[in-house]
Design a protein around this ligand. Structure first.
Ligand SMILES: [Zn+2]
Length: 132
């Protein structure tokens, strides 16, 4: 299945990548600052670090594999504990499934090995993914 992964590609002066090449990448929470870059980067599930460029990779993973990886990320980052306070384990799973569905939908629009960029639209509260 095609997934989004961290990719090191410094094409532009304002590109950054602190993640690990090839690790799974998913949308992160976006803060209010317009300067920190979280609104134009996805985070790596293992490193917890972000990148402005991602690569679509067709990997031997199932939907459940990706959800499990994202759940592990939520636990290790501390977000699962926060989510549990409002809706228990169901809320954690629902949040993970929503994020994974969004990321997989983005990846499905591009061929294997396509480099993409992400941008959070603060007006629509939605991520956009575009070919780099
Ligand atoms: Zn931020």
């Amino acid at each position: 299945m095609k997934v989004l992964t961290i990719h090191h590609l410094k094409q532009r002066e304002d590109d950054f990548c602190f993640g690990i090449e090839g690790e799974l990448a998913l949308p992160s929470l976006v803060c209010d600052s317009k300067r920190c870059g979280c609104d134009r980067a996805f985070g790596g599930l293992n490193s917890h670090q972000a990148s402005t460029t991602l690569m679509v990779r067709d990997l031997d993973l199932t939907y459940d594999d990706v959800v499990t990886a994202y759940l592990a990320y939520l636990e290790s980052a501390g977000w699962a504990a926060l989510l549990r306070t409002s809706g228990g384990d169901d809320e954690v799973l629902r949040y993970a499934q929503d994020m994974v569905a969004e990321a997989l939908a983005f990846a499905s629009n591009y061929p294997d090995r396509q480099v993409v960029r992400v941008k959070f639209d603060r007006k629509t509260d939605d991520w956009k993914v575009l070919a780099a």
